[in-house]
Design a protein around this ligand. Structure first.
Ligand code: PHE
Length: 344
C-alpha cells in the first residue's frame, strides 16, 4: 500500500509539474484529491490493514496529500499571477494618447452685446421687459404720438399683416405697454431688448430685421440731466472709462426734446479714424424726454410725472465693438464667422 501511495505521488507530481493550463490543473486536482479521486480510492483499502500498519500508512497518505496540495497551490498562484498580468496587458491604457477635443459652443455676438447691456442697466436698478413682435398700429404708432397720416410714419416703412397689425418697427411700443401695466405707479425703470422689422432692402448696413434695446424711466422730477448722466455711465461701462458722449438735437414724435447721442470713438479716442469716419464720434442712440402726450396715453399725469426714453440698435453697437463690416454676417449662419466670438 505504501508503494501504491508513493507511486501515486510520483505520478501526480510529475503530471502536475508539466501542467500549463488552469483547467487541466483543476481536472488533475479532482482526479487525485477529489472525493472519488485516486488517493481516496487507495485509502479505502485501509480497512484491511493491521492496527500497527494503519497509523504508518495514514501518515504516508497525509504526506502524499500535502505534497500534491502544495504543488497545486503553487501552480494556482503562478496561473493567477499570469492571469493578472494578461489582464493588465489587455486593458492597458495609453495615457499619452491625446484626448478628443469636445466641440464647445460660443455665444452669438448679438446675444453677447444684449447680455452686456442688460447687465449694465440691471446694475443701475432697471428690470428687463418684453413685448410682442406682432404689434397693433395703436401701440407701435398711435400711442407713441404718431396719429394716422402723421408724416413721421414714413420714417419707418412697415410690414403690415392686416389693416391694424404689423411687425413692430421699434421697441418703443413696450414703453406704452409697460406704463399701462404699471397703472400709474412710479418709478418705472425698464430696458427692453427685442427684434424689430422694417421694409428695407438688405445691404451691408441695413437689414429688414434687426434688434433694438429700449430704455424707459418714469418718475417725479426726472430731468434731461438724469438722461445724460445715465447714458454717460452706460457708455463708460460699455466702451471704457474714457468714453464721452455728445447730444445733438433731433426729432422723435414720442420724445420732446429729442436727441441723437454720439459716443467718442473708442477706437481712436476721438482723434479721428476709419471707424468714426474721421469725426471722432459714433452715433449709437436716439433718446429724449417722454412727450406729455405719451405720458398721458400711458396713464401718467404730465403735470406730476416726467421721464426719459432711449433706443439703440444692437447690431450697430456689435459692429462697432467687434469691427464687423457687414450686418448680414449676423444672420448668415456661417460657422467661420460665429466661431471667432467663442472666447471674446
Ligand atoms: N424708437 C426710436 C427708433 O427706432 C429710438 C428711440 C427710442 C428714440 C426712444 C427716442 C426714445 O429710431
Amino acid at each position: 500500500m505504501k508503494e501504491k501511495l508513493e507511486a501515486l505521488k510520483n505520478e501526480a507530481l510529475a503530471k502536475l509539474q508539466e501542467v500549463t493550463d488552469p483547467q487541466i490543473l483543476n481536472d488533475l486536482r479532482v482526479k487525485y484529491l477529489g472525493k472519488k479521486g485516486e488517493l481516496t480510492e487507495v485509502l479505502r483499502g485501509m480497512g484491511s490493514l493491521s492496527a500497527e500498519e494503519r497509523p504508518v500508512i495514514g501518515q504516508v497518505a497525509n504526506l502524499v496529500r500535502s505534497a500534491i496540495e502544495e504543488i497545486i497551490g503553487a501552480k494556482q498562484e503562478v496561473f493567477q499571477q499570469q492571469e493578472t498580468l494578461n489582464r493588465l496587458q489587455a486593458e492597458k491604457v495609453d495615457v499619452t494618447l491625446p484626448g478628443r477635443q469636445l466641440q464647445q459652443g460660443g455665444i452669438h455676438p448679438l446675444t453677447r452685446v444684449v447680455q452686456e447691456i442688460e447687465d449694465i442697466f440691471i446694475g443701475m436698478g432697471y428690470r428687463v421687459a418684453e413685448g410682442p413682435e406682432v404689434e397693433t398700429d395703436y401701440y407701435n404708432f398711435e400711442a407713441l404720438n404718431l396719429p394716422k397720416n402723421h408724416p413721421a410714419r414714413d420714417m419707418q416703412d412697415s410690414f403690415y399683416l392686416t389693416e391694424d397689425l404689423l411687425m413692430r418697427t421699434q421697441t418703443s411700443p413696450v414703453q406704452i405697454r409697460t406704463m399701462q401695466a404699471m397703472n400709474g405707479e412710479a418709478p418705472v425703470k425698464i430696458i427692453c431688448p427685442g427684434k424689430v422689422f422694417r421694409r428695407d432692402d438688405d445691404d451691408a448696413t441695413h437689414s429688414f430685421q434687426f434688434h433694438q434695446i429700449e430704455g424707459l424711466v418714469i418718475g417725479r422730477n426726472i430731468r434731461m440731466s438724469d438722461l445724460k448722466g445715465t447714458l454717460l455711465q452706460f457708455v463708460k461701462e460699455m466702451f471704457g472709462a474714457n468714453t464721452g458722449i455728445r447730444l445733438r438735437p433731433s426729432f422723435f414724435p414720442f420724445t420732446e426734446p429729442s436727441v441723437e447721442v454720439d459716443v467718442s470713438c473708442f477706437k481712436c479716442g476721438g482723434d479721428g479714424c476709419r471707424l468714426c469716419k474721421q469725426s471722432g464720434w459714433l452715433e449709437i442712440l436716439g433718446a429724449g424726454m417722454v412727450h406729455p402726450n405719451v405720458l398721458e396715453m400711458g396713464g401718467y399725469d404730465p403735470a406730476e410725472f416726467s421721464g426719459f426714453a432711449f433706443g439703440m440698435g444692437v447690431e450697430r453697437i456689435a459692429m462697432l465693438k467687434y469691427g464687423i463690416d457687414d450686418i448680414r454676417h449676423f444672420y448668415s449662419n456661417d460657422m467661420s464667422f460665429v466661431k471667432q466670438f467663442k472666447g471674446v
